[in-house]
Design a protein around this ligand. Structure first.
Ligand code: XMP
Length: 509
């Protein structure tokens, strides 16, 4: 792996953003918990260390601290916000409570060199702090100030120590990227040559070492981008020693299953077991209306089918999973782990006794998409919107029947076509059709003759945790509604869901 920067995370709101900015500058960056011992940090041989911000006060009872040896290990350190206050406190400076600054603040540069090279004398920065550094530690120089902060940036260049009170990683800090680059290139002397192109050979190498000469791997393709990219990457590394299993539960959207099979089998030449298990899933779902019961049935059945296939393959040593970096950090901090397990219906049995290969553990979603493109995956897969493991079963309220499934797939296709044609796809987190329960469809039999209402759901979101309904143009809504009613037999009405999350959820079940 090329040279990297380690980010010690003190609970920052913008922690992942700092890591992303560093990577955007062409430097590989990983996040570690703030209290990682100096010895462990040193083992990773970082070329630089960044101390993130965080919500605590250095005087608070629960204030996270750091191994102070890191400040004298000879590796350059950049403290940001809380990271700066901690550095000041640990090294003998003076930190005191408020007045705080929140939002855009004018920075006055005192020393336009080193860290602040190329920054104008007055420049807007983004601040978010209660405490402030009143006096820097001995040997430190003040690089900049603001109206509330006599020390808004400081440095002891001989010791490789730098710190800023403001947030260089957010876009509101006009010169933030230059300041980060000054640290990465000017101070740490990094090359800035990390890229997705450079990532592939390094990752391939790592996978080969992990799997040895003989190791055989299996992976489950869900139709989503993460598992597809993980499979393509592992295939690049070990070729036919990887077998992909695609369990088609029949609950995917129109055309998605076919595209997965075509891409992997024909285009990439990956050995693919395509299990067409639709009837099996639908039989288990017959008569079931409770959403959680549906999820459980699909999850259990999925694992069963996958286990059967794994057993047929004979010897298998590794299981490839498309775990992403945010999942890794989030489960590390414990906060989102639960949400993930709940959602992880495509999850695999723990007692398969396989070792995990997770080649995307270090990547963010947009990096995975770029990697997918480099690996030759088609745009249809690379750009695919998030899709729940239980698929259309949680978008069909009440019973899932072949007729209702067919109706929803047709309506959903129209929604996708129109939103994509209007150029809205890129701006939305998810967009899809939902089939609510109605007297006219479901257990009564042939629903199409009674007439159903279809719900259009389109949301914007950063991460799926919160979301807002998309302000789609009226003309677009009109086109979708007309086409769905005209082209999908059995649908007589289209409504648009205007609920944000919270209080609603994105999916209807
Ligand atoms: P909600 O509906 O909870 O959805 O606002 C948030 C995100 O999670 C997806 N989702 C699921 N994904 N299995 C999954 O793999 C599930 O059971 C599931 N339920 C919701 C949803 O599509 C959205 O992106």
């Amino acid at each position: 792996m090329t040279q990297m920067v380690l980010l010690l995370d003190f609970g920052a709101q913008y922690g992942q953003l700092i890591a992303r900015r560093v990577r955007e500058a062409g430097v590989y960056c990983e996040i570690l918990p703030a209290d990682t011992p100096a010895r462990q940090v040193a083992e990773r041989r970082p070329a630089g260390i960044i101390l993130s911000g965080g919500p605590a006060s250095v005087y608070g009872p629960e204030a996270p601290t750091m191994d102070r040896e890191l400040l004298s290990a000879g590796v350059p350190v950049l403290g940001i916000c809380y990271g700066m206050q901690l550095m000041a406190q640990v090294l003998g400076g003076r930190v005191e409570p408020g007045p705080g600054e929140y939002g855009r603040v004018e920075l006055r540069v005192v020393e336009p060199d080193g860290l602040l090279r190329g920054v104008e004398e007055c420049t807007p920065v983004w601040m978010s702090h209660g405490d402030r550094v009143l006096e820097p530690p001995p040997d430190f120089r003040v690089l900049a100030e603001s109206s509330a902060c006599p020390v808004a940036a400081m440095a002891a260049p001989e010791r490789g120590l730098y710190a800023v009170q403001f947030h260089p990683e957010v876009a509101h800090t006009a010169r933030g990227m230059e300041i980060l680059k000054n640290f990465l290139f000017g101070v740490c002397h990094l090359a800035g040559d990390w890229s997705m192109e450079a990532f592939i050979p390094a990752a391939v190498d790592q996978i080969r070492r992990r799997m040895g000469e003989e190791g055989r791997a299996i992976c489950a393709l869900s139709g989503g981008v993460d598992s597809a990219v993980a499979a393509a990457l592992v295939h690049r590394a070990v070729g036919d020693r990887l077998t992909a299993v695609f369990v088609d539960h029949g609950l995917l959207r129109e055309g998605e299953g076919e595209e997965v099979v075509r891409t992997f089998r024909e285009q990439l030449g990956v050995p693919l077991v395509h299990v067409e298990a639709r009837d099996r899933f639908l039989a288990k779902l017959a008569g079931v209306t409770d959403p959680e019961a549906k999820r459980r049935i699909i999850g259990t059945e999925f694992v069963r089918v996958f286990e059967e296939q794994a057993a047929r393959l004979g010897r298998v040593d590794f299981l490839v999973q498309g775990t992403l970096y945010p999942d890794v950090i989030e489960s590390g901090h414990g906060k989102a782990a639960l949400i993930k397990t709940h959602h992880n219906v495509g999850g695999l049995p723990e007692d398969l006794a396989l070792e995990l290969v997770e080649p995307l553990r270090e990547l963010f979603k947009d990096e995975v998409r770029r990697l997918g493109r480099e690996l030759g995956l088609p745009e249809g897969i690379v750009r695919r919107q998030p899709f729940p493991g239980p698929g259309l079963a949680v978008r069909i309220l009440g019973e899932v029947t072949p007729e209702r499934l067919a109706l929803l797939r047709r309506a959903d296709r129209v929604v996708r076509e129109e939103i994509e044609a209007a150029g809205w796809a890129e701006r939305l987190w998810q967009y899809f059709a939902v089939l609510p329960e109605g007297r006219s469809v479901g257990v009564m039999g042939d629903g199409r003759s009674y007439g159903a209402a279809v719900v259009l759901r389109a949301v914007t979101s950063e991460d799926g945790m919160t979301a807002d309904w998309a302000r789609l143009p009226h003309e677009l809504l009109d086109r979708i509604a007309r086409r769905v009613v005209n082209e999908v037999p059995g649908v007589v009405r289209v409504v648009y869901d205007l609920t944000a999350k919270p209080p609603g959820t994105i999916e209807w079940e």
